[in-house]
Design a protein around this ligand. Structure first.
Ligand code: ATP
Ligand code: MG
Length: 459
């Protein structure tokens, strides 16, 4: 884990001295500043774990930098203040502002090293605790959304979790949160302390799936040089998440049905039945009814699995959650990477809400990762949302708006997309883009300004 360190001191000799001492102290990245304001800007945008801060700066005082940090970063960074010799009052004021430590000039290497080692230890601990805290959030808490559709999902999760045995079938398009819902059912159920074992039936070759699930005896097949217990044994006392259940081969479907009836598994090539206590939570992004009609999925198994069904709504049917989800995942991804969270402009928000999200929440999470990595701490504008060509055409028409307004929105979206793409094609050359579009250059300039397409234009 590499820590981020910022040095703010107007004296280049001191900056040099500090970075020399620092190289001995551990694994980190250093950024140096000679003035306070640019340092504060950097801190707001990128953040830091430790800041070495001189109090006397040419453009502002170290105190002001600290006040700014307190405002912008909460208690994210540890500040080590550098004061002139005998500046007791200043040292005290720094501590009141939340400084972690202070060192006095002239700088002695050992003193700095001591202070830094202490700060490193604390910063690491803080980071580890933060990660731990994020992991601790329960699956139910991680399901974000205030829409009626998602509230209904949560209600159904709570109800189905009450039962210890009944199978649950979770249906929904790809990326709608089926696995998250499955974890929530498990965690809230009386089996919550037991194991949660996810298996993707589509990812394991048919020939291996049976022995993976049920285990095998020694010599059951070539290469089975010793007995191996299966995932049903491993999940004893907990839940098994059978993802993409529609891909399970017919022969195994029969075995699964048997298991659901009596809780017994027979490892491949064995004659001894084993009892295990596992609740099955299955998921599918296909219409299982259709598979049943087509004869690729057993009717009896379908009824057995769908005792309780939870339908995950596609994101386009709960658009009121899009901004909430974006905010949540931008914060989450920024925190994981130690970067500052990008902010959404109103125009970007509109575009995000209008978008149809064919890849659902998974697509939204991927977009958040990209935005955090490419634009930490920046304001997200429409041109940063590079939806792919075909996706662009899927932009929604909002029938909840009066005709004029709905039309204007679609036109605006179209304008942004059209000119971002055109400018990109011409490497940001406004004249060339205007010529191809058949409009005046000055008109294109106005559009660029109005919709903030500058970055696309200068790329
Ligand atoms: N309601 C939600 N709130 C917050 N995050 C969500 C929500 N739904 C899904 N996610 C996130 O979206 C991503 C995809 O979710 P998940 O893997 O559960 O979907 P899935 O339906 O199993 O997708 P697939 O069919 O592609 O396997 C995960 O990162 C998950 O945390
Ligand atoms: Mg999944």
């Amino acid at each position: 884990m590499s820590l981020r360190l910022v040095i703010v001191d107007d004296d280049p000799a001191i900056r040099k001295l500090l970075s020399n001492i620092l190289t001995k102290c551990g694994d980190f990245q250093i950024v140096e500043f000679g003035e306070g304001k640019p340092a504060l800007e950097h801190l707001e945008k990128v953040g830091a774990d430790i800041v070495l801060l001189d109090l006397l700066l040419p453009d502002t005082s170290g105190f002001e930098v600290m006040e700014g940090m307190n405002r912008l970063l909460a208690d994210e960074a540890l500040t080590i203040v550098i004061t002139g010799h005998g500046d007791m009052e200043k040292a005290i004021r720094s501590m009141r502002l939340g400084a972690f430590d202070f060192i006095t000039k002239p700088i002695h290497a050992e003193v700095v090293e001591q202070a830094l080692k202490r700060a490193f230890r604390t910063a690491r601990l803080k980071r580890a605790m933060e990660l731990q805290r994020n992991l601790k959030h329960s699956a139910m808490e991680r399901i974000i959304g205030e829409s009626e559709a998602i509230k209904e999902v949560k209600r159904r999760i709570v109800t189905s979790a009450r039962d210890r045995f009944a199978s649950v079938l979770i249906t929904g398009e790809s990326g709608t949160g089926k696995e998250l819902a499955a974890r929530a059912v498990h965690e809230l159920s009386p089996r919550g302390e037991g194991p949660f074992v996810p298996v993707n039936c589509a990812a394991i070759p048919e020939a291996l799936l049976e022995s993976e699930l049920f285990g095998h005896a020694k010599g059951a097949f070539t290469g089975a040089d010793r007995a191996k217990s299966g995932l049903f044994a491993l999940a004893d006392g907990g839940s098994m998440f059978l993802d993409e259940i529609g891909e399970m081969p017919m022969s195994l479907q029969a075995k699964l049905l048997r298991y659901l009836d009596d809780g017994m598994v027979l490892p491949l090539g064995s004659t001894r039945w084993i009892r295990t206590d596992v609740r099955v939570i299955a998921a599918t992004n296909k219409e299982l009814e259709k598979a049943v009609e087509e004869g690729t999925f057993r009717t009896d198994l379908y009824y057995r699995l769908s005792v309780i069904e939870i339908r995950m709504p596609p994101l386009r049917e709960r658009k009121e959650d899009v901004v909430l989800l974006m905010e949540h995942h931008l914060s989450d991804q920024a925190a994981r990477r130690g970067l500052a969270k990008p902010r959404l402009s109103d125009e970007a928000m509109e575009l995000l809400v209008a978008y149809k999200w064919p890849g659902n929440v998974r697509e939204l999470v991927n977009l958040c990762v990209k935005l955090v990595v490419e634009h930490p701490g920046e304001v997200v504008k429409p041109e940063h949302l590079a939806f792919s060509g075909t996706d662009r055409e899927r932009l929604d028409v909002d029938v909840n708006l009066p005709y004029d307004m709905a039309k204007r929105r679609v036109m605006e979206r179209f304008t942004v997309n059209y000119f971002s793409a055109l400018l990109a094609r011409h490497g940001g050359n406004v004249s060339a883009a205007a010529r191809e579009a058949g409009i005046e250059r000055s008109y294109l300039h106005r559009i660029i300004k109005k919709y903030g397409l500058k970055e696309a234009a200068s790329r």
